[in-house]
Design a protein around this ligand. Structure first.
Ligand SMILES: Nc1ncnc2c1ncn2[C@@H]1O[C@H](COP(=O)(O)OP(=O)(O)OP(=O)(O)O)[C@@H](O)[C@H]1O
Length: 333
């Protein structure tokens, strides 16, 4: 992380989310959620699976439209704006799954990130007019500064698909920085990374906040990372905001502990239900085999067909039992 990269304009506006509700055909994914991202801070949204974190991000970046509520940034209401207009206001995002062109070089991917800032028209660029050439040179210089800032200076010519996963995630972050954001939305920035890559990404996020003054809103499952990086945490559960504040307060909050414990208990219960279901299926198969045997006897059948039916079903039942036992043994191992 070196270089002289400075942001084009640091954010002085908070992002204000007020009573935002999102409904999908009968399901309330977000229920009157409010939060504020203060300028120059890192704000984390956490919560168990299905809590509404991605839905919240998708509303903020214009992918989903809120059913009601308001999101304001720099005095502008965002809920009615399409994604590209939100980006133009200085809100850039990264995605859970890398959204880069694998065959293009790092340089070209970053230049794509500058697309919305390009003023030269199609014709001027096509004719390679001096004004368009000067602009292209400016963008290239900026891309190089940003690449140096995120530690990618030596990788500019490499096709993104050839880079290790953790480096690709840094390219994605650099692409978002190329949009000259005032607020960065990072969706699970360290998901799938190893320890070293996580530490690098954490350092980068701190540098983005402290050296560049850019506000960061992140969704992250890695609690260690959240507790180390975030100035403020908002906790969602079943679409509702159940807690918020500094990380050390939030992690002691009984509602948060309950939500996470509840999620863990629910996971265990789902596993129990699946095991129970399997056991019931096993019993049903045995019952069917017994019924078949009884029916065959009642009909005085002693032929091959009756035998085959019995043996087949009994074998099925036995195999189900053996599989359960093997699964249980595997689970205990
Ligand atoms: N496009 C959609 N259509 C219908 N339901 C959706 C849609 N997007 C999300 N949901 C539902 O909204 C709820 C919240 O989902 P969301 O993905 O926002 O949760 P999350 O907190 O990001 O979960 P995870 O941590 O698993 O990514 C879930 O019940 C999900 O199934």
């Amino acid at each position: 992380m070196t270089g002289t990269y400075q942001p084009a304009g640091t954010g002085v506006s908070p992002l204000e989310v007020r009573e935002v509700t999102v409904r999908f055909a009968g399901l309330t994914a977000l229920d009157a959620v409010s939060l504020t991202v203060e300028p120059g801070t890192v704000h984390a949204i956490i919560g168990p699976n299905g809590a509404g974190k991605s839905t919240c991000f998708n509303v903020l970046s214009g992918v989903y439209t809120a059913s009601s509520g308001s999101v304001r940034f720099g005095g502008v209401e965002l809920t009615t704006l399409p994604a590209h207009k939100i980006a133009a206001l200085g809100i850039a995002r990264t995605f859970q799954n890398i959204a880069l062109s694998a065959r293009l070089s790092v340089r070209d991917n970053l230049l794509l990130g500058r697309h919305r800032l390009t003023r030269a028209g199609f014709v001027a660029a096509g004719l390679r007019l001096p004004s368009a050439r000067r602009e292209a040179a400016r963008h290239l210089a900026r891309v190089e500064e940003i690449a140096a800032f995120v530690g990618l200076a030596g990788r500019l010519a490499t096709p993104v698909g050839l880079l290790p996963y953790g480096v690709q995630k840094r390219v994605e972050l650099a692409r978002a920085l190329c949009m000259e954001p005032r607020l960065l939305l990072l969706d699970e920035p360290v998901a799938g990374m190893n320890g070293g890559e996580r530490a690098e990404m954490a350092g980068l996020i701190v540098a983005i906040k402290e050296s560049l003054g850019i506000s960061v809103l992140l969704v992250e499952h890695d609690m260690g990372m959240v507790m180390r990086l975030a100035d403020t945490v908002t906790v969602l559960d079943f679409g509702r905001r159940i807690a918020g504040g500094p990380p050390e307060e939030v992690q002691r909050d009984p509602a948060v502990i309950r939500a996470y414990l509840g999620a863990a208990t629910e996971e265990a219960a789902t596993e129990d239900r699946a095991a129970e279901h399997k056991a019931t299926e096993h019993e049903a198969a045995e019952d069917r085999a017994t019924e078949d045997r009884a029916a065959a006897m009642a009909a005085g059948e002693t032929g091959q067909a009756g035998q085959a039916g019995q043996t087949g079903q009994a074998r099925q039942a036995r195999e189900a039992g053996e599989q359960d036992a093997a699964a249980a043994a595997g689970g205990q191992a």
